[in-house]
Design a protein around this ligand. Structure first.
Ligand SMILES: [Ca+2]
Ligand SMILES: [Ca+2]
Ligand SMILES: [Ca+2]
Length: 628
């Protein structure tokens, strides 16, 4: 990297220092040219050079030197002192460079390099991908809105972006670097991803692995989130379809550690990290969070560090301070490992997105995180349950009666919201002793053709003792379901609480003629001074896979994916780089953003061109900023 005559441009955000090192007297070229040549992206003009003579050289001496080498003077750039010369016919640029470099009066010589218009991809959706190039465009059907649906910061401010327009002049192909997407899987058949997937050989025909459920070699995404993340990193650019990723060409490893409902475990995440390490990934994207310190996952990420692998993690979407361990901190982003880059989300004006987690110590950097237009795994449809039609049931201990009712009710914990609820018993009463009371609905007509099916609901419950409980069951028969011949997927027992839950039902109900969801309240003989259960916010969502699905998404998952793409680009551009070099390039090449000051460690947003231009500082020129 530091051979003869390279000008080192060391960009340190703290010092804003530009250090110029002349490491030899021979022909000099700038750092960017060095890379430009290596990537064969620019050409030189045949038969011409730019020559700079040493300061003491008299003008007549310069002209006689030029004539002595058989060249003619075309013009002089008086501000910088370079002279544009035409070479004698038959003399190659390379030979002429040697000739002038050996001239004791010459300080510098270089080719007359050709420039082209900045490389921008031809993909139709690129125009709306503001995070890559923000021209103050309005993003259609935005996902980042207020509760009433009104737009926030759309359009935003031109130039608030990752500065990829100029970076793409240097490099667009990151295929040499394997990027593991630890997520809900990837739709590897998608038209804008299929060419950019990792491997695909017999051992891994589906480009990765699924560590959810029983495990399989098919990490197909039945949610959409993982495909979205993969698209930001490496949707195929300049193929005339969809949008692009940070990398136009990529090697995306699909590591499914979250199911269709977005649920994973320590075990699935550790398996996923280890799979990535043993199959050569250099970067792991983890747009997933938990609020619990997980030693097993921490140790696995430490294993990644020991293998030189960089992890890019989402800061989380709780609008919370992750430095506050007593609050809603988010792991793995907040772990104190220097191979984790924790990323928060910026909007189209480069303000902190309203959902963004922050942390002056633990959140490293910001990146675009709202209204990201990119690939999705398929088309989705949902039934938002109103509990008004389709429900049947009764009390098996008291035939002909049921304590279940439905209402449009105020949320106990959030009185400003009214919602459809299924309640047992009616709102202000205690439930009865010794009841076996069920309510169920058949969803098969809606879900039979879907590739993925997810149930979500919120429950508020109050049970007098542990003999009183609610079970949630799935049933595949045409007849009236009972718990004995159904599959229980959850259990709420004893105590008081509220939680929102999501369940991947795909393996239970896909393609089935019958698919019933049943809530079953069971109480024992004694102790009933409690109000029972209220089910709300219930949806059943189907996903139908598609190779041409696109969507718009907001969240710190989006911002992490932007930085992961950049990390892959840097590893590909500098094959000798370690994870530390890549992280330092990202931090030191980043640009200051007012909204990130004091809420992130660097106060900066990731900048692709800045990171590409950054070179490791020579010995003795340290940067406090890059310490983690
Ligand atoms: Ca494309
Ligand atoms: Ca960090
Ligand atoms: Ca009881």
């Amino acid at each position: 990297m530091t051979q003869n005559g390279i000008i080192l441009l060391v960009r340190l955000s703290v010092l804003c220092l530009i250090l110029v090192v002349f490491a030899g007297a021979a022909a000099q070229r700038s750092f960017r040219y060095e890379h430009t040549f290596r990537n064969n992206r620019a050409e030189q003009v045949d038969g011409e050079l730019l020559v700079k003579f040493k300061k003491h050289s008299a003008y007549a001496k310069k002209l006689s030197s030029i004539r002595a080498h058989g060249s003619t003077r075309l013009r002089e750039f008086s501000r910088t002192g370079y002279i544009h010369v035409k070479l004698r016919p038959g003399l190659s640029v390379a030979d002429a460079m040697k000739l002038y470099a050996s001239d004791p009066d010459v300080e510098a010589v270089q080719p007359n390099v050709r420039y082209a218009a900045a490389a921008l991809p031809n993909d139709p959706a690129f125009a709306s991908q503001w995070g890559f190039k923000n021209s103050a465009q309005t993003v259609a059907t935005p996902s980042y809105t207020l509760a009433d649906g009104s737009a926030i910061a759309n359009p935003g401010t031109a130039g608030c972006d990752m500065n990829l327009g100029s970076a793409w002049n240097e490099i667009t192909d990151c295929r040499a670097v394997i990027v593991a997407v630890l997520d809900t899987g990837v739709n590897y058949d998608h038209e804008d991803l299929a060419n950019n997937m990792w491997d695909g050989s017999t051992a891994y025909p589906h480009h990765g692995y699924d560590f959810t459920g029983g495990g399989s070699d098919d990490p197909m995404d039945l949610n959409g989130h993982g495909t979205m993340v993969a698209g930001i990193i490496g949707a195929e650019g300049n193929n005339g379809r969809g949008g692009t990723g940070v990398c136009w060409r990529a090697s995306i490893m699909a590591v499914k550690v979250l199911d269709a409902a977005g649920n994973g475990t320590s075990a699935s995440v550790v398996d996923g990290i280890n799979f990535a390490l043993s199959h050569g990934a250099k970067v792991i994207n983890m747009s997933l969070v938990t609020h619990v310190f997980d030693q097993a996952v921490y140790d696995a990420i430490q294993g990644a560090k020991e293998n030189g692998v960089l992890v890019v993690a989402a800061a989380g979407n709780d609008a919370a301070d992750v430095d506050d361990a007593s609050g809603e901190t988010s792991y793995p982003g907040a772990y104190d490992l220097d191979n984790i880059i924790c990323v928060t989300a910026l909007d189209q004006n480069y303000a902190l997105a309203r959902f963004s987690n922050y942390g002056a110590a633990r959140v490293d950097i910001g990146a675009p995180g709202v209204n990201s237009a990119n690939v999705w795994a398929g088309t989705t449809a949902s039934i938002a349950e109103t509990f008004s039609t389709g429900w049947t049931g009764g009390d098996t201990n008291h035939p002909g009666t049921s304590g279940w009712g439905s209402t449009y009710e105020t949320d106990i914990e959030c009185p400003s919201i009214k919602q459809y609820c299924l309640i047992n018993p009616s709102f202000d009463e205690y439930y009865k002793n010794n009841i076996k009371d069920r309510a169920f609905r058949d969803y098969a007509p809606f879900a039979k053709t879907a590739d993925g099916i997810v149930l979500r609901f919120a429950a508020q419950y109050s049970f007098y003792d542990s003999g009183d409980w609610l079970g949630v069951y799935i049933k595949n028969t045409a007849y009236d379901p009972l718990p004995a011949d159904s599959v229980k997927i959850d259990d709420f027992r004893g105590g008081t609480g509220k939680r929102s839950s999501a369940y991947d039902l795909t393996s239970l109900v896909k393609g089935k003629d019958n698919f019933k969801i049943m809530y079953y309240l069971s109480t024992n003989e004694t102790g009933n001074a409690a109000s029972g259960i209220m089910i709300s916010d219930m949806t059943v969502t189907g996903l139908w896979l598609s190779a041409t699905a696109y969507s718009n998404y907001s969240g710190t998952s989006v911002s992490a994916a932007h930085v992961t793409g950049l990390a892959a680009m840097l590893f590909a551009f500098n094959p000798d780089y370690t994870y530390t070099d890549v992280a330092q390039s990202i931090y030191a090449g980043a640009r200051r953003v007012a909204a990130l000051k004091s809420v992130t460690r660097t106060g900066c947003a990731a900048d692709a061109e800045g990171a590409l231009e950054y070179l490791s500082a020579p010995e003795g020129v340290g940067s406090e900023l890059v310490k983690d």
